[in-house]
Design a protein around this ligand. Sequence first.
Ligand code: LLP
Length: 408
Amino acid sequence: MMIGGMAATDIAERFGTPVYVTDEQALRDNFRRIHQAFNRHMETRVHYACKANSNMAILKVLEQEGACIDAVSLGEVLTCLKVGYSPDRILYTGVNVSNEEFEGLVEAKVPINIDSFSGLRRLAAISTDVPISFRVTPGVGSGHHQKVITGAKGSKFGIPIEEIMDAFREAVDLGFKPRGLHAHIGSGGQSVDPFTDLVGILLGVVNDLKDELGLELEFLDMGGGIGIPYRPNEPVMDVDELAANLTEMIMEESDIKTLAVEPGRYVVCDSTVLLTRCVDIKRTEEKNFIGVDAGFNTLIRPSFYDSYHHVAIANKFNKACEARYDVVGPICESGDYLARDRVLPEPEEGDLVAVYDAGAYGFVMSSQYNSRPRCREVLVNDGEAELIRDSEDLEDIWRHQVMPQRLM
Ligand code: LLP
């Protein structure tokens, strides 16, 4: 198995396991593909949703590609500024934003996408000299799991569509100059239809704003959520078709000049594999287990969303697959698995297991559960591998804990 011109086994040997390995060229290619798909039709800002993977080297690669950023916390904003993004390339879209966070955002001079009336009023009390837009709950939801659908009615995100005109009206009265309208239907959906439904709804609001309030918006932001095929032979969403359809609707039905999209998964997911070492093999009457050194502390998606990640034994690519195995980790919970019922070649202790499509919501959702330090991240480019995050050690786990003197 090769990653960016290097053998996966060599990378694992050199950096240890578990380790997230990102192919820089794949990352660049993904970004360019989606950027071009939209920009060939109309000016589109591609705001990389950095919640998917906020490693600073990855952010820097995308900064070089001309990405903008979708940030959800002051932490993400400050990280992106540190990496070299200018404030105007960042759009902050938080939910349940505290006054302290608003103050930090105002100081950082980043545009803020408002999620509630409470947020609007609390921000106004801090400053109205900030570019704002609104996140609307469009009533259209889509996603790979109930937990990641955000746009449906009753969602905690955004201002309900019935109240969005009032929100803009109030913003203008408060002294803001609202510039855009945003919605995000959810994450990992695989069909084009919910996006066209969404854009249809957003265009209705854009035109109402113009007719009723005389407000001409600068941009429309359709959020992220473009899914990728995690399973072999799963159809791939046609991003060119998506872009052609949506931009055509926007150009025909409104005066909007700039579109924004916020892909996270699409940009980073398939650029990265998680390499984990087989440490233990257990055969029982009911099941066979490949025990590896990564658990849901390292990659939580299978346990948390029942997500499918394709796995292979990296040093046995051309061996026949003979039996079924669960690939399970070292965490003391029965829900700790990376893959279930997979037909794989006969495993041995020391084999290297590759978990595919681990670049989005992989490392960033990892934890120190069971007092296991977080693992390394490596960037591979042109046959060279570089460390982009060192592993933690026990000192990192102990560092912020305080032992009261009286217990000593
Ligand atoms: N924009 C907004 C406002 C979002 O909330 C999100 C994702 C995105 C863009 C990017 O969505 P993407 O293009 O990556 O689908 N942890 C889950 C996914 C949670 C997504 C949260 N919001 C997972 O592992 O599948």
